[in-house]
Ligand binder design. Structure first.
Ligand code: SF4
Ligand code: SF4
Length: 136
């Protein structure tokens, strides 16, 4: 039976230009749909994708990704912006690779779009008042 899973992949810098995702289809018969992709400030690759295939293909595909040096995590975390704690300092907007956290240059107010968030957690530790929370 085919199942669909949403996962977050983190590619170290030296793997960013390798055809790793392509092999999920070619070698493991997994169909993929890239939902979001971006590059972090340290030039790591971040990708959110939906993978569809047989359970055994998922397992083998995940083993292949991990052995290749790609970090894999299920998209099961929610990142919550505690607007009540946010001091509008803007530090997170420089770090956010997906555009989920942005600063309006006119009003100098920060906003958070959870639909754009890839749950990379880059914004969590640097936020001085801990306004970005990870919920499982
Ligand atoms: S780093 Fe924290 S306090 Fe600063 S704008 Fe972002 S969420 Fe708000
Ligand atoms: S976890 Fe934070 S830095 Fe990462 S995409 Fe979501 S809002 Fe942006």
């Amino acid at each position: 039976m085919e199942t669909s899973k949403k996962i977050v992949l983190k590619f170290p810098r030296h793997l960013a230009d390798k055809p790793i995702v392509y092999r999920l289809t070619k070698d493991f018969n997994l169909q993929f749909n890239i939902l979001k992709a971006s590059i972090t400030p340290s030039e790591e690759g971040l990708m959110v994708m939906e993978l569809v295939g047989e359970e055994e293909a998922h397992r083998r595909g995940m083993d292949y990704l991990l052995q290749s040096g790609v970090q894999v995590q299920p998209l099961s975390k929610d990142i919550i912006w505690r607007e009540d704690l946010c001091t509008q300092c803007g530090a997170c907007t420089v770090l956010c690779p997906s555009g989920a956290l942005i600063m309006d240059r006119t009003t100098m107010r920060v906003s958070f779009d959870s639909a754009q968030c890839v749950a990379c957690e880059l914004c969590v530790m640097p936020c001085p008042p801990r306004a970005m929370e990870v919920h499982f």
